[in-house]
Design a protein around this ligand. Structure first.
Ligand code: LLP
Length: 416
């Protein structure tokens, strides 16, 4: 469910006409619905109400400061993966006690900066990293709480780049090594090794792989408990899939129903790290048709948005629905024609959608690429020296510019 709907054949975000947004702020443009963001955040929080979870929104999915602030004000914690995300998180005003930090490659500098801020938990992804965090904590005269990220060797059905809990992935630590870390935790004098973290991948539409991962970890936790080791935090990660086209993902309620019985038995504080579930359908990417180009074997809608703005179609061949901003009666009619929606970047892999049907598509029409709120702007680049787009946040009938469009001077700002 989201707040992008047609009213009298014109696409709206909450009470604001998308066409008006495109005209006022220009294209390409990211537009977000405040209500959809908060609804999704609250949905996951309330589905897990029985265990009073800490929901740490995954900053990488959409890291605009205004978005982070909005979620933090509503009670969210934040899941970060770099010193840059720590900086954003603190600028957004989150309490450091609600920050968790994962990444297979935390640098010594990042570890030091983060320990100084007293965050809740590092999610540790290797033994040498654990050794380094212990050393840095000693040097700083601090005690740091950490969770160990388990690689449960589970392969959910999703894009091959979006699995993270399989034995061949770089993430997390195998179960036997995790057990040994806990048994030898006294070696790490400056750490409080008190949590377990697992994140098996992204855009997972079925609850079963989550259940299997949690079952494996439950066995480990029970074994540790028998040895007198208490797990205080259990972070079950993010990864919940959303609807891009025909998917039928589990709802937050169904997900909670599947995993809560297991979690309740553990008696640990539960952390979740959803990114896409909260932001994915809360945003669209708006673009304008520059040319309609009819070639002998294909029709192209050449638009002003490109792979540098929204890379998911090029990188993962991800499907995003593309809707005409004016008039919804498009695909089914016999008058519809088929187009590849492509950007201006000099690569054949630069497309937003292939073989899409539109009626009477013309130069100057606006198109809305749906489900672009997660891993959209946050993965954007300046490739082809294209300034990155602006971002706006709609709240009812109000619109706030939350990131201005980059200027040409921004492109060379750091160059000597
Ligand atoms: N926690 C950790 C440790 C993660 O690595 C991720 C995402 C999340 C939480 C949030 O996952 P989510 O709930 O959003 O699925 N760029 C790709 C997705 C990469 C996900 C990376 N990790 C895409 O556009 O599909």
């Amino acid at each position: 469910m989201h707040e992008f709907k047609y009213k009298r054949n014109e696409l709206y975000c909450e009470s604001v006409s998308i066409k008006r947004l495109a005209e006022k702020y220009g294209t390409p443009l990211y537009a977000y619905s405040r209500k959809t963001f908060l609804d999704h955040y609250r949905k996951i929080r309330s589905a897990f109400k029985a265990v009073n979870p800490l929901v740490c929104y995954s900053v990488k999915a959409n890291s605009n400061l205004s978005i982070l602030r909005m979620l933090v004000k509503d009670g969210a914690g934040l899941d970060i993966v770099s010193g840059g995300e720590l900086y954003r998180a603190l600028r957004a005003g989150v309490s450091p006690r609600k920050i968790v930090y994962a990444s297979v490659g935390k640098t010594e500098q990042e570890i030091g900066e983060t320990i100084r801020k007293n965050i809740l938990l590092f999610n540790v992804e290797s033994v040498p990293e654990l050794v380094l965090i212990n050393q840095v904590a000693e040097r700083l005269g601090k005690r740091q709480q950490v969770a160990i990220r388990v690689n449960p060797d589970i392969k959910p059905k999703t894009h091959k780049y979006a699995t993270t809990g399989h034995g061949e992935n770089k993430f997390g630590i195998d179960i036997d090594t995790v057990k040994n870390i806990f048994l030898n935790r006294w070696q790490y004098e400056h750490l409080d090794i008190s949590g377990i973290h697992v994140h098996i991948g992204s855009q997972i539409v079925d609850a079963r792989p989550f259940v299997r991962a949690i079952e494996k970890i439950t066995k480990l936790v029970k074994r540790l408990e028998r040895g007198g080791i208490k797990i205080r935090w259990f972070n079950i990660g993010g990864g919940l899939g959303i609807i891009y086209s025909g998917e039928k993902p589990q709802t937050a309620q169904e997900y909670a129903k599947a995993v809560l019985p297991l979690l309740k038995r553990l008696g640990a504080r539960i952390i979740l790290e959803p990114g896409r579930f909260i932001s994915g359908n809360s945003g669209i990417f708006l673009t304008k048709v520059l040319y309609v180009k009819e070639a002998p074997r294909k029709n192209f809608a050449v638009v002003d948005g490109a792979m540098n703005d929204l890379v998911r179609p090029s990188l993962y061949e991800a499907y995003h629905e593309i809707l005409p901003v004016m008039s919804r009666s498009y695909a089914s009619s016999r008058r519809a024609r088929t187009y590849d929606v492509v950007g201006p970047v000099c690569e054949s892999g630069d497309f937003l959608g292939k073989d899409r049907r539109f009626i009477g598509l013309e130069q100057g029409n606006f198109l809305a690429v749906m489900g672009a709120g997660a891993y959209g702007f946050s993965m954007a680049s300046n490739y082809n020296s294209r300034p990155r787009p602006a971002e706006v946040l709609v709240d009812g009938s109000r619109v706030k510019l939350i990131r201005r469009r980059e200027k040409y001077s921004d492109l060379v700002r750091n160059e000597m």
